[in-house]
Design a protein around this ligand. Structure first.
Ligand SMILES: *[C@@H]1O[C@H](CO)[C@@H](O)[C@H](O)[C@H]1NC(C)=O
Ligand SMILES: *[C@@H]1O[C@H](CO)[C@@H](O)[C@H](O)[C@H]1NC(C)=O
Ligand SMILES: *[C@@H]1O[C@H](CO)[C@@H](O)[C@H](O)[C@H]1NC(C)=O
Ligand SMILES: CC(=O)N[C@H]1CO[C@H](CO)[C@@H](O)[C@@H]1O
Length: 510
């Protein structure tokens, strides 16, 4: 590695990571130790699954991870994307566990998978992971304990669904593909491909389009055209700008949003401000993070066209180019776009949560309209971290994985903190009401600060959760305040209030 003293910012970043690790990482238990606290099944061994599992183990809970793929699927979507992928945002916002140590600001795929794998080993998860096992259903026995697929896997007190948002590559069907003489790839299949001197066309306008553009630039494509259906906000790859944008406590467009939008147009888009969306505010969809795209467009090496794909031709694509403001599939002019290589940056299909009990999908409380967007109202022992996500700014894999996991641990250990379905539904309705004037659904878009506000609210509202605050937010206190819970349990027993509550899945608090 480079001499850190020559890179003062990198040095401070390393120092910060070292301190975060020392202060906030729960200590892994010694190998082969018997963990006596409730047992949790975790579905999916991607970043969220492995990080949640490490948090559980660190606090003395036993876990079993179930992963659909084999051992080389560890790391989830990151294990499947090709070498050309990397992180688009600063890794400061992607510290998915306090013990992660990034060596640089924008790590690549290899370094990300390496960090997940090390975390997995450090917390002894290798002996607690079942690979090649896809989870089809989770059901409950008469005591409210969970059965994953079949009883042969044992019983569990809690479930963490961590299947993520990216499943198989999604490839749209485009007419006449057999006529095209060039090559067609999904953006996740670019390792080892060559584009030198070729005309590249990228279909799509999201994070994978940025990656495909980087691939085309790095391999010296002659020209790159991006075909996007709609305008997207593009924000610079600058950690300070990204953090500032994520600190919109309202989590929605407000009359003040014109300020960041104006500044972006003026100082980042400049002469290309025609590309900035006018029909959509910056807090309405996940923006693209890229700093080079405008320079490429200015130099003529890249082009951004708005419109709809009509069909393949022998030498490229037929495209309906729309003027600004004309809706999807609206009128436009038909153009032929030449291509040697077409890259489908069309994202991934969303993995299904349908293994969860059917009542968790009942409208109007189906995902993402759950308690804290993560706990289905009927089942406080089920936590679906980061898989009901739709759009956000700055909420990527960070602090919240630990917080969600510890809220679940609190619910499992302390019956007085577990909310009744009636109260969780109240919370969901209240959040909907507060965000009534936002252009997106209440749970379709949020900012990091809004998440923090939810958590504060969630802990503050129920006095029985107060003693858990430091544990929930920072993981402080390895055991959590179990002594207090035992005293409360005895009091409740004396008062005869324990009747009727079975297992750890039934709520009795607010
Ligand atoms: C999972 O399945 C694959 C392919 O069938 C196999 O190669 C692998 O050994 C299996 N087990 C693990 C732990 O990956
Ligand atoms: C991708 O990266 C891995 C790990 O560094 C390397 O072994 C492999 O050769 C790379 N694949 C290609 C096609 O470059
Ligand atoms: C959470 O989901 C979003 C959207 O798919 C993704 O960008 C982010 O990386 C995820 N975080 C983790 C830790 O997986
Ligand atoms: C998952 C994936 O898309 N892998 C591809 C990465 O690149 C290699 C070599 O170009 C392909 O063979 C893989 O299919």
């Amino acid at each position: 590695m480079d001499n850190l003293l020559l890179h003062p910012f990198l040095f401070l970043y390393q120092l910060f990571q070292w301190i975060a690790d020392k202060l906030l990482s729960p200590t892994p238990p010694p190998p082969n130790s018997k963990l006596s606290r409730p047992r949790i099944a975790i579905i999916g061994a991607g970043i969220t699954g492995v990080s949640s599992a490490a948090h559980c183990i660190g606090h003395g809970f036993d876990v079993q991870l179930f992963e659909k793929e084999g051992r080389d699927g560890l790391g989830g979507i990151w294990s499947r994307v090709n070498n050309t992928s990397g992180l688009q945002i600063h890794s400061m916002m992607y510290r998915f566990h306090p013990s992660v140590q990034w060596a640089r600001g924008y790590p690549n795929k290899e370094q990300i998978v390496e960090q997940v794998t090390e975390l997995w080993k450090r917390y002894g998860l290798d002996s607690r992971t079942t690979f090649n096992t896809s989870v089809d259903k989770v059901t409950q026995d008469s005591e409210g304990r969970w059965i994953v697929n079949s009883e042969s896997n044992g019983k569990f007190d809690g479930i963490i669904a961590a299947v993520g948002t990216c499943g198989d590559p999604s490839t749209p069907r485009i007419n006449n593909q057999q006529a095209f003489k060039g090559e067609v790839y999904h953006s996740s299949q670019l390792t080892g491909k060559e584009a030198k001197g070729k005309k590249v066309v990228i279909i799509g306008g999201g994070a994978s389009a940025v990656e495909a553009l980087e691939f085309a630039t790095n391999s010296h494509a002659e020209h790159t055209t991006i075909l996007a259906r709609s305008d997207k906000w593009i924000i610079p790859r600058n950690p300070i700008v990204n953090v500032l944008l994520s600190f919109n406590i309202f989590g929605q467009e407000t009359f003040l949003s014109f300020i960041p939008e104006f500044l972006l147009r003026k100082f980042f888009y400049r002469d290309l401000s025609d590309l900035a969306p006018t029909d959509k505010g910056i807090f309405e969809g996940t923006p693209m993070v890229n700093s080079d795209i405008f320079d490429l467009i200015r130099s003529g090496d890249a082009e951004w066209l708005r419109g709809d794909i009509l069909s393949f031709t022998e030498n490229g694509l037929k495209f309906n180019q729309r003027a600004k403001g004309v809706p999807k599939r609206g009128p436009g002019k038909t153009v032929n776009v030449d291509a040697d290589i077409v890259i489908l940056a069309t994202g991934f299909d969303r993995p299904s949560l349908s293994f969860l009990p059917s009542e968790t999908f009942e409208a109007p409380y189906g995902p993402p309209n759950w308690y804290l967007q993560t706990f289905p109202p009927q089942h406080p022992s089920v936590c679906a971290t980061n898989c009901t996500y739709i759009n956000a700014i700055g909420s990527v894999g960070n602090w919240h994985i630990g917080i969600y996991t510890r809220i679940l641990l609190m619910f499992l250990l302390d019956p007085m903190t577990r909310p009744r379905p009636w109260w969780t539904k109240c919370w969901i309705d209240m959040t909907r009401l507060l965000k009534h004037f936002s252009p997106t659904g209440a749970f379709d878009f949020f900012t990091y600060l809004e998440l923090v506000w939810w958590f504060v609210f969630c802990v503050a509202i129920n006095p029985f959760r107060w003693k858990w605050a430091l544990f929930v937010f920072f993981g402080i206190g390895r055991e959590g305040p179990v002594g207090v819970v035992e005293v409360e349990d005895r009091v409740r027993e004396k008062l005869g209030l324990t009747n009727g509550v079975k297992g750890r899945d039934e709520g009795m608090g607010i």
